[in-house]
Design a protein around this ligand. Structure first.
Ligand SMILES: [Mg+2]
Length: 376
């Protein structure tokens, strides 16, 4: 039997890992050469819950300095109570951006810990709406050579993905001819039975987005993500009103209020469990989307999204993002694997929680580690 009077104890451990990309990677509005994962581990009884987010190393400071003192001594079974206390404690520093990423990592660790204490797999605790979640291949960076793009698409199609997504909006939307050239190439590479999705990462103005969108409609592209910045819901609405393809956004949503602000101007709401409040936030935002007749789509972090996307009825698909798909099997042991175009809700050896543990292989990428107990 499980003792439900257990409480969260020391150490509350926080670590930062930095995974270089094979080379510089670009979308329409950003260039990067590494991905940072901020990891939190919570302990209660003899079990440890693991969560992480992809964010700034500053997230680790927020967890150690602002969240850990609130968590210590609380019941890991009382996730809504923990969330409420943490959000209230962050009032003065704000509950969005880096703080939201910290709250998300902690929420994921809490759900993992609760399932482990109850001795059930997390997909059992969350419940199942489907046996596995369809994924789409994602990457297709704007600075890839054509043969590199072809290699990525071939890899995704070989893994059973019916849909793939490439980046457009090169040079902040200033290279439309090149964008459409790459779209044409991707359509050719995908073949008759595949679907193309594109992501402009907010690179275009409304006028440019509508002109590019008309070409995308003509070529049968099904998904136009962040044609303009998602900070401009009115702009998204103006683009969406002119196009047939789905206009989508939501990857930066920090919680239900952000979701409410976007829900009427997108066809499918994107949610990222490492930003939107963890599994609890994902459930809230997905329910809000369902009440507005919208599907949701999981953004990146496939290993963490696997259990929650299987649990939510209005999930359309999950983004199998190449950077995260590459690093997650190094960061953790027990990550689920894509096969036949779907991701199962957990890895092969998952009898408790989400079934993942920090891998020994990750040590080479760790750039800092601390626990608030050690710091204080
Ligand atoms: Mg995106």
């Amino acid at each position: 039997m499980t003792s439900t009077d257990l409480s969260i104890a020391d150490p509350i451990a926080v670590s930062v890992y930095r995974f270089p990309t094979p080379g510089p990677e670009a979308d329409g509005t950003l260039l990067w050469d590494a991905t940072t994962a901020v990891v939190v581990e919570l302990t209660a009884g003899n079990e440890r819950g693991l969560g992480w987010t992809y964010s700034s190393p500053a997230t680790a400071e927020v967890i150690g300095h602002d969240l850990a003192p609130i968590l210590r001594g609380r019941s890991p079974f009382d996730i809504p109570g923990c969330r409420t206390a943490l959000q209230r404690a962050c009032r003065n520093i704000g509950t969005t951006a880096v703080v939201a990423h910290a709250l998300s990592a902690v929420d994921i660790a809490l759900w993992d810990l609760k399932a482990r204490l109850l001795r059930v797999p997390l997909p059992v605790l969350l419940g199942a709406a489907r046996a596995a979640t369809p994924v789409y291949g994602s990457g297709g960076f704007t600075n890839l050579a054509d043969d590199e793009l072809a290699e990525q698409i071939s890899q995704w199609r070989g893994a059973g993905c019916e849909a793939v997504k490439i980046k457009i909006g090169q040079d902040r939307g200033g290279a439309i001819d090149r964008d459409l050239e790459r779209v044409a190439l991707a359509i050719e590479l995908i073949g008759d039975r595949g679907r193309l999705m594109v992501d402009a990462n907010g690179a275009y103005t409304v006028g440019r987005a509508r002109r590019v969108g008309a070409e995308l409609d003509r070529r049968g592209v099904v998904w136009f993500e962040e044609p303009v910045t998602s900070d401009d819901p009115h702009g998204l609405d103006r683009v969406r009103a002119a196009l047939r393809c789905d206009v989508t956004a939501g990857e930066y949503i920090c919680g239900r209020y952000d979701a409410a602000a976007l829900i009427d101007v997108v066809d499918c709401l994107q949610l990222d469990v490492t930003r939107c409040g963890g599994y609890s936030g994902f459930l809230e935002c997905a329910a809000l989307a369902a009440a507005h007749g919208r599907d949701v789509s999981a953004h990146c972090a496939p290993a963490l999204h696997a259990p929650i996307t299987a649990a939510v009825p209005n999930v359309r698909h999950l983004e199998w993002f190449i950077d995260h798909a590459r690093l997650e099997p190094t960061l953790v042991d027990g990550a689920p694997r894509v096969a036949d175009g779907v991701l199962p809700p957990h890895g092969a050896r998952s009898d408790r929680g989400h079934g993942m543990r920090i891998s020994e292989k990750a040590a080479a990428y760790r750039v800092s580690a601390c626990s608030d107990a050690v710091k204080s």
